[in-house]
Design a protein around this ligand. Structure first.
Ligand code: DGL
Length: 280
């Protein structure tokens, strides 16, 4: 039996961060699967997008965010952003003592487990796709897999504009996804936090034969294992009160709050606080 439970550390929240609102799709999955845990979410809305920035910049931003989350006494951190997972995870894991996971490994693992043709597509930001991180990690699981990446930079602003079901979004998606027309993939990783919100549009174009992989689901499972391995699981037996979840942003809170409350989260975001992330 685990004798280490019920400490302040076990009751501490999980830190989750993203460049903005997209990571709420990961937070949503974590709260669904680990309902007894509370979260502290940070969205770097003043400095979004991360997808077009250099590795050095993403490391600097991510480091500041981890320092901020530490002041909130989090027990573990999930980098909910694919770009930051691709470019900064290793550095953060080396630099900080608390357990930190990203989303890339989860997406890669799920894709390898689901493909029959061993031909996997990945869509993401320019930063994520050009880093080739998904190809590298997929090859750790299966060296024979063929990975075809395609950056889709317009998807993020379209999602943030709320154009989830729109003819303009359909047309943009059709152009980007035509990359896969003759590639015979059977799995497509949604390698950016915003893309699960375009799931129905992407599905319509890719068809039933292609499995859409959302790394968020497996990330929540990984987090559960990570907490358990570190004796950090919450001792709460009831669902965490939604007021225990905290939301912070680096720009004005209103847009974030409105977006968050439009994407079917299992609770209502009542309060979002703005902080000066440059101070960390
Ligand atoms: N959250 C980012 C990601 O998952 C997408 C948005 C951005 O470019 O900052 O890669």
């Amino acid at each position: 039996m685990n004798i280490n439970i019920n400490t302040d550390e076990n009751l501490a929240p999980i830190g989750i961060f993203d460049s903005g609102v997209g990571g709420l799709t990961v937070a949503r999955e974590i709260i669904r699967q680990l309902p007894n845990e509370s979260i502290v979410y940070f969205g770097d809305t003043a400095r979004v997008p991360y997808g077009s920035k250099s590795k050095g910049t993403i490391i600097k931003y991510s480091r500041q965010i981890v320092r901020f989350l530490q002041t909130r006494k989090v027990k573990a951190i999930v980098i909910a952003c694919n770009t930051a997972s691709a470019l900064a995870l290793d550095e953060l894991q080396n630099e900080f003592e608390l357990p930190i996971i990203g989303v890339v490994k989860s997406g890669a693992k799920t894709a390898v487990a689901n493909t029959y043709t061993k031909r996997i597509g990945v869509i993401g930001t320019e930063g994520t796709i050009h880093s080739q991180i998904y190809t590298k990690v997929i090859h750790e699981y299966d060296a024979e897999a063929v990975v075809i990446g395609r950056p889709c930079p317009l998807f993020v602003p379209l999602v943030e504009e709320g154009w989830l079901h729109d003819t303009v979004t359909d047309e943009v998606a059709r152009r980007y996804l035509s990359e896969f027309d003759d590639k015979n993939i059977d799995s497509l990783i949604l390698g950016c936090t915003h893309y699960p919100l375009l799931r129905s549009t992407i599905k319509k174009i890719m068809g039933e034969r292609v499995n859409l992989i959302n790394p968020a689901y497996e990330t929540a499972l990984n987090l559960r294992e990570l907490l358990s391995a570190n004796n950090l699981t919450s001792p709460l037996e009831t669902i965490a009160d939604s007021r225990m979840h905290k939301f912070y942003v680096s720009d004005t809170p209103e847009k974030f709050q409105a977006f968050g409350n439009s994407i079917d989260l299992p609770f209502y975001i009542e309060k979002v606080e703005q902080i000066n992330i440059e101070a960390f």
